[in-house]
Design a protein around this ligand. Structure first.
Ligand code: KIV
Ligand code: NA
Length: 264
């Protein structure tokens, strides 16, 4: 088992200590990221874009997620390992249990699913079977075709629905949340209302933890970076130093700054 567990993250939430999360898709980066003191590693389905060159996460398969989770697990030096359930892998309760079980067997400690309150029963079933889940809310990239693009979520009337989703899923037993691209005040409110750790990306400084895609924070992702991304390698002299700088910036509250967040 990882040295960092859900208990660790819950204690950090309770004491107000911020934690950081980075993606990793292979053993070498998993080793570097966990050695640098990052509390959790996410084997994100962003690998479909970052590693495979697709223009969305939709083509990512269970076999690919299993393979990369195994690789990351071998390199991991004690971080909590979260693995993404890919597009359509949790479309029915039965499929969800089988697929989540495969990721746990590959070395995950937690599985992450994109969605809202319709996942309540799924969350209950997974927890009963020993699988803690992280629910990804807000801009959920697997629903890009529903949203009509990668847009900020939870503005205006949608804020109340997002808050209700988070509360109902926390009630159902969700162990963690990721909030992506939601207004800073909404992320602050959700973080206050739910009793489990909330990890933000493009959600402002008030969540319990922060996550970034590793390649984004190293400044090597092609194209214009998203508003919330900061290149930590620009002022560091090595990749491990850049990762440590990210961790320190999150703990000290210097990242994310106001300009990295979204208004209501
Ligand atoms: O796939 C991923 O990397 C993610 C993070 C951006 C939260 O889901
Ligand atoms: Na993802």
């Amino acid at each position: 088992m990882a040295n960092i567990t859900l208990t660790t993250l819950n204690k950090m939430k309770a004491s107000g200590e911020k934690f950081s999360v980075l993606t990793a898709y292979d053993a070498t980066f998993s080793h570097v990221v966990s050695k640098a003191g990052i509390e959790a590693i996410l084997v994100g389905d962003s690998l479909g874009m970052v590693l495979q060159g697709h223009d969305s996460t939709l083509p990512v398969t269970m076999d690919t997620m299993i393979y990369h989770t195994e690789c990351v697990s071998r390199g991991n030096q004690g971080a909590l390992l979260i693995a993404d359930m890919p597009f359509m892998s949790f479309a029915s309760p039965e499929m969800t249990l089988i697929n989540a079980g495969k990721l746990m067997a590959a070395g995950a400690n937690v599985v992450k699913l994109e969605g809202g309150s319709w996942l309540k029963e799924t969350v209950q079933q997974l927890s009963r079977n020993g699988v803690p889940c992280c629910i990804h809310l807000g801009l959920t990239p697997q629903s890009v075709n529903v949203f009509g693009g990668y847009k900020v979520q939870g503005r205006g009337d949608a804020a109340a629905q997002l808050l209700a989703d988070a509360e109902q899923l926390a009630e159902a037993g969700a162990a963690l949340f990721v909030l992506e691209c939601v207004p800073t005040p909404l992320a602050k409110e959700i973080t206050k209302r739910v009793n489990v750790p909330v990890i933000g990306i493009g959600a402002g400084p008030d969540t319990d933890g922060q996550v970034l895609v590793l390649h984004d924070m190293l400044g090597i992702t092609p194209g214009k970076p998203a508003r919330f991304v900061k290149n930590f390698l620009a002022e560091a002299d090595s990749i491990p130093a850049a990762i440590e700088a990210f961790s320190h910036a999150v703990k000290s509250g210097t990242y994310p700054a106001e300009e990295h967040g979204f208004k209501e």
